[in-house]
Design a protein around this ligand. Structure first.
Ligand code: PMP
Length: 385
């Protein structure tokens, strides 16, 4: 306990303690720019009703692992619908996107070479560690570095893995160039579409679809059902050989209880809604551009958002924490990202746009970001301490 308390004290000193605060259903009365509910579907009546119906019919839990009793007709239907929606030949549903990444990267990359972008999500980092492969982390967005590592490899098989939309910076990976490099060197490309599904491309079919890579046998996609689809769970999309490998050898597939039926029902209803509402993803992207323009107009460092994620880079963790608290004081809940979630010196606020944001919401955001801009220009209160 002494060791744990001392380590906690060091994190406290560095501004790196985490606060686990339960929220109320209405986000404590704050405007929510922190969740990943990009299309506002998690509380949409149609989605909630679909979850209730599926739960009534199939039960609250799936009762077992997918290979025993945890596969219902709903799971099979969801797999068919996800594959059809994203233009993939097949899909395999997991109980989270995290577990989908663990299986895709660890099982497909096993005992070979994995080339992973420095900005990739923690679930990919963990999957690389589980793969027992040589892992080379390349600088963020550097396709030439990827190609060089592939060309100089001694391993027989190789896998290139990248987020489609990076979870904090919100930028899109150079998918076409990465695919070209992967194909040239006989490697598979794994693309994590967590922040792209439902937001990027026609009807929100994702970044790989938008790049013309859907259905390519050498492209494997992972998705989460927990962000734009408003549900929970994940999936891997790919060729029959890929899906078969994961069913037989993907440990996070085999040894985990199947996705809860209510989540499968909710995700199916969300896919119906996306097919019927082509304007929804574009609205989320438009709101993101408006948020970024607001931040930039106030002199804050941000980026051109390609999806719904808008970073506001502040630097020191303490400054980011103070800025997030200030936003809450002004009625807006934002995400606050500090190392190790972001590189040292790049602590930031993460604003997520939602398709259902109204123009008066943006007025409230302006008030909050104005206060943040003033804080950054004011005297340092030991931010770098
Ligand atoms: N990949 C990325 C890029 C993510 O941001 C996340 C969620 N934070 C995941 C995977 C994991 O998905 P899930 O939350 O469904 O486990």
């Amino acid at each position: 306990m002494d060791r744990l308390r001392a380590a906690a004290a060091r994190r406290e000193e560095a501004g790196l303690r985490r606060d686990l605060r339960p929220r109320t259903p209405d986000h404590d009365g704050l405007l929510d720019l922190a969740s990943n509910d990009y299309l506002g579907l998690s509380r949409d009546e149609r989605i909630v009703e679909a979850a209730v119906r599926a739960t009534r019919e199939w039960g609250a839990g799936s009762t077992g692992s997918r290979l025993v009793t945890g596969s219902t007709r709903l799971h099979a239907e969801l797999e068919d619908r996800l594959a059809a929606f994203a233009g993939a030949s097949g899909a395999l549903v997991f109980s989270s996107g995290y577990l989908a990444n663990l299986a895709a990267v660890a099982a497909l990359g096993r005992d070979g070479l994995i080339v992973s972008d420095a900005g990739n999500h923690a679930s990919i980092v963990d999957a690389c560690r589980l793969s027992r492969s040589r892992v080379v982390v390349t600088p963020h967005g550097d396709t030439e570095a990827v190609a060089k590592v592939l060309a100089e490899r001694h391993e027989e098989h190789a896998l290139v893995v990248t987020d489609a939309v990076f979870s904090v910076d919100g930028d899109v990976a150079p998918l076409r160039a990465l695919h070209e490099a992967a194909v040239r060197h006989g490697a598979l490309l794994v693309v994590d579409e967590a922040h792209a599904l439902g937001v990027v491309g026609d009807h929100g079919r994702g970044a790989a679809h938008a790049a013309g890579l859907a259905g390519r046998p050498d492209v494997v996609r992972t998705v989460t059902l927990s962000k734009s689809l408003g549900s929970q769970g994940g999936a891997v999309l790919g060729a029959p050989e890929v899906i078969g490998t994961l069913v037989d050898t993907g440990r996070s597939f085999i040894f985990d209880t199947g996705l809860a039926p209510g989540c499968a029902g909710a995700a199916l209803a969300a896919l119906d809604l996306l097919e019927a509402s082509p304007g929804l993803p574009a609205r989320a992207r438009e709101r993101a551009r408006e948020l970024a323009a607001l931040a930039r107009g106030l002199g804050l460092e941000t980026a051109d958002p390609a999806a719904a994620v808008v970073p506001v880079v502040l630097g020191p963790p303490r400054l980011a924490l103070a800025a997030a608290a200030l936003c809450a004081d002004h009625g807006v809940r934002v995400g606050c990202f500090r190392p190790p979630s972001v590189p040292q010196g790049r602590a930031c606020l993460r604003l997520t746009a939602r398709a259902d944001l109204r123009s008066d919401d943006l007025v409230v955001v302006r008030g909050a970001l104005t206060a943040v801009a003033e804080l950054t220009k004011g005297p340092s209160r030991g931010w770098d301490r």
